[in-house]
Design a protein around this ligand. Structure first.
Ligand code: HEC
Ligand code: HEC
Ligand code: HEC
Ligand code: HEC
Ligand code: HEC
Length: 170
């Protein structure tokens, strides 16, 4: 009996340690964001445009992530008092508490990339390079497949854009 209990405790401790290790290896921890932001709710249900929140896409290199003040443009009043999730963001806005979103898409600093160039001048849709975010109901925990050189290269070749190394590399 005692041995069984001991084995059981070992199992629980082992599982807890395993879970802890797994968590620290995944790069987006739900504890860091007090409310799961839903692209689906904002872009599919309420038709808010990507550029409204990612304000750099037409003018800058970086798309940018909206800060808590920007969420307050809409969430300083309760639109749907029944929604628990909306009340959380409403309270965060009132306390002006920043949220630590984890961003996965990243290319190294030695590569030049500009959203303005591709979205404004190239007129490319976001889905040419990113997954369809309009279906995401909460931030991705494990990360998305990165955009690697062959992807840049193939499209440039297809569209007859220069593939000179110095074009993308410093
Ligand atoms: C209401 C504001 C808002 C709108 C509208 C919005 N986003 Fe976002 N976006 C965010 C926030 C907040 C994050 C960070 C949290 C997350 O990853 O979900 C983010 C993250 C992202 C990321 C980075 C994900 C990562 O982990 O690297 C991409 C790509 C993205 N959005 C694309 C889009 C596209 C495409 C649209 C339009 C279809 C869009 N967003 C519309 C607020 C918005
Ligand atoms: C342009 C207006 C606008 C902006 C900016 C905006 N939202 Fe919203 N948000 C809405 C609307 C409209 C709803 C739908 C109301 C509802 O049903 O709760 C909503 C709903 C939500 C909900 C509850 C929906 C759910 O169940 O998931 C959360 C949480 C939320 N927003 C978080 C954010 C965060 C975080 C930001 C800033 C990064 C943000 N919003 C920026 C318009 C906006
Ligand atoms: C031609 C490919 C391409 C297209 C088209 C594109 N992106 Fe990106 N996006 C990238 C790359 C590459 C990164 C990583 C940039 C870096 O690390 O400097 C990125 C990063 C992001 C991020 C992370 C935050 C940031 O500021 O870097 C967001 C958000 C984002 N893109 C939104 C969008 C939206 C919204 C659209 C459409 C309006 C879009 N992207 C169109 C390639 C693209
Ligand atoms: C889906 C197609 C597509 C993908 C993927 C793509 N590009 Fe482009 N790229 C274009 C187009 C189209 C242009 C020309 C835009 C214009 O009209 O100025 C361009 C232009 C550029 C330029 C400027 C070229 C010049 O003439 O000076 C750079 C630098 C660049 N891209 C880097 C990248 C990098 C780095 C990546 C990958 C992270 C990438 N691109 C992925 C289509 C793409
Ligand atoms: C259209 C844009 C583009 C062009 C043109 C381009 N690269 Fe890249 N390159 C990238 C991006 C984005 C990365 C980072 C992502 C990756 O490692 O695939 C990269 C990464 C690299 C790396 C590092 C790979 C690694 O595993 O760390 C090398 C080496 C490299 N490129 C060499 C070249 C050479 C040589 C040329 C010319 C024949 C060239 N690149 C042309 C976009 C480009």
């Amino acid at each position: 009996m005692k041995i069984k209990l001991f084995v059981f405790i070992l199992f629980i401790v082992g599982a807890a340690v395993g879970f802890y290790i797994m968590k620290s290896h995944s790069d987006n921890n739900p504890k860091d964001f007090p409310v799961p932001f839903s692209h689906y709710v904002h872009t599919s249900l309420h038709k808010i445009k990507c550029v409204n929140c990612h304000r750099g896409v037409l003018t800058q290199e970086r798309a940018g992530i909206p800060d808590i003040k920007y969420c307050g443009m809409c969430h300083s009043t309760l639109m749907n008092p029944k929604s628990k999730r909306e009340r959380i963001i409403y309270n965060l806005v009132k306390e002006n508490k920043p949220i630590k979103w984890m961003v996965h898409y990243h290319i190294p600093d030695y590569v030049m990339f500009s959203h303005r160039r591709h979205v404004k001048l190239g007129k490319l849709p976001c889905t040419d390079c990113h997954v369809d975010m309009t279906k995401q109901d909460s931030p991705e925990l494990k990360g998305f497949t990165q955009i690697m050189m062959p992807k840049c290269f193939n499209c440039h070749q297809e569209k007859d854009i220069t593939i000179d190394c110095n074009n993308c590399h410093h």
